[in-house]
Design a protein around this ligand. Structure first.
Ligand SMILES: [Fe+2]
Length: 387
């Protein structure tokens, strides 16, 4: 009986969602999250996800908020969960792959085994990044008795719900699918490894960090030069063997800024460390100023130029969660540098002026060499990351 009641509730929810979808021309995902009555944070950015308001989500038995920032555009989900001090949340399942970044706290994750296999349990800490594979029952605990933990969850639910609009299909599905946790040669949650492809001749600087558990995004230093994007920045591309989700992380030096570029929607950016700001604008239109520091999240809207500025005295670091791979024309990669990236000599003078003013407020000056504004092909001498 309980199963039937639950199925009925799911059906009712879906029909209510579809009614609203057709009446309001809204997306099924938007209608669904509104129906939950939880905080939905909108706008271009959230200055600090460590302190934003959350609300009680009865079905998942935890405090939660959704981020629906302008650039997500119905493509990707970003959600914050809090685990009270010393608490263990109930076991849950989710029908899609989900990447979790720890914004605050320390705890344990347990992913249930299948076919009699033992569960996988691992310890996460602040700035850990890990994958929870689709259709596995899993559970989170906060091992600190004196402070709550906060997690950022990232997945492609809005895209999936555009096709199958039933929330229960993702939250209450009994489907298991392939046992990706057991079929890997190494332990699923062993520390991720660096893979540098040989014969990397396109000079983009490809270094892959492959695995399902990345212990500390703030301290990771095995990045390679990201030539062409300016500021002497470094990058590492993050890959999980069993999912379509990908990330990258960039680190760029104090008192510098990268070149403006643009691409498609849904790329969510969180700041693990640093102090700076980003500017985002649709071509030829007004610019949006986004201050950032640890815990800030922002999402460049579709085809808006965006540019990252480090006004601190330490390297700035940002972690990007990419849009689905099948949106290939919308990917993070700049396809046409002439149209989708603005070289320093071509930029609006406001960019350099504002950077100077923001640095001056902090008693600092720009470290971008004058030649970068004169030679379009100027390239940095790359030393160690952060140099
Ligand atoms: Fe970007």
């Amino acid at each position: 009986m309980a199963d039937t009641a639950q199925a009925n509730a799911a059906t009712t929810t879906t029909s209510a969602i579809l009614q609203q979808v057709s009446l309001r021309q809204a997306s099924p995902y938007d209608v669904w999250i509104e129906s939950l009555g939880l905080p939905i944070h909108t706008g271009y950015y959230v200055e600090d996800v460590r302190t934003i308001e959350l609300g009680w989500w009865e079905e998942r038995q935890c405090n939660t908020a959704f981020l629906k920032l302008a650039g997500q555009e119905g493509v990707t989900e970003a959600r914050i969960t809090e685990i009270p001090a010393g608490a263990t949340l109930p076991p849950v399942r989710f029908g899609l792959d989900e990447v979790v970044y720890v914004v605050e706290g320390r705890g344990l994750a347990t992913v249930q085994g299948r076919n009699g296999r033992a569960a996988k349990t691992f310890e996460w800490q602040k700035h850990s990044l890990f994958l929870v594979p689709r259709n596995y029952t899993h559970q989170f605990s906060n091992v600190q008795g004196n402070a709550p933990a906060r997690l950022l969850h990232y997945n492609y639910l809005p895209t999936a719900m555009a096709v199958v609009p039933d929330p229960g299909f993702y939250l209450r599905s009994p489907y298991e699918g392939p046992d990706v946790v057991s079929e890997q040669e190494v332990d699923f949650y062993s520390e991720a490894k660096v893979v540098t492809p040989s014969g990397d001749s396109d000079n983009r600087g490809m270094a892959f960090w492959v695995g399902n558990f990345f212990p500390n995004m703030r301290s990771w230093d095995q990045l390679v030069p990201f030539r062409g994007r300016g500021a002497g920045g470094h990058v590492v591309w993050i890959r999980y063997p069993s999912t379509t989700i990908t990330n990258h992380m960039s680190v760029f030096p104090a008192q510098t800024y990268k070149k403006a570029h643009r691409h498609g929607p849904g790329v969510v950016i969180i700041i693990p460390a640093g102090e700076g700001y980003s500017v985002m604008w649709p071509e030829g239109q007004e610019k949006v100023f986004i201050p950032w520091h640890e815990g800030s999240v922002f999402v460049p809207p579709n085809r808006w130029f965006h540019q990252h500025f480090n006004v601190g005295s330490q390297p700035g670091r940002y972690l990007a969660f990419h849009a689905p791979r099948n949106m290939s024309t919308y990917s993070e990669r700049v396809e046409d540098r002439a149209r989708d990236q603005i070289e320093y000599p071509d930029e609006d003078p406001w960019i350099r002026e504002t950077f100077g003013k923001e640095l001056a407020k902090r008693g600092l000056t720009s470290l971008l060499p004058e030649i970068a504004y004169q030679e379009r092909e100027f390239e940095w001498e790359y030393g160690q990351q952060g140099d």
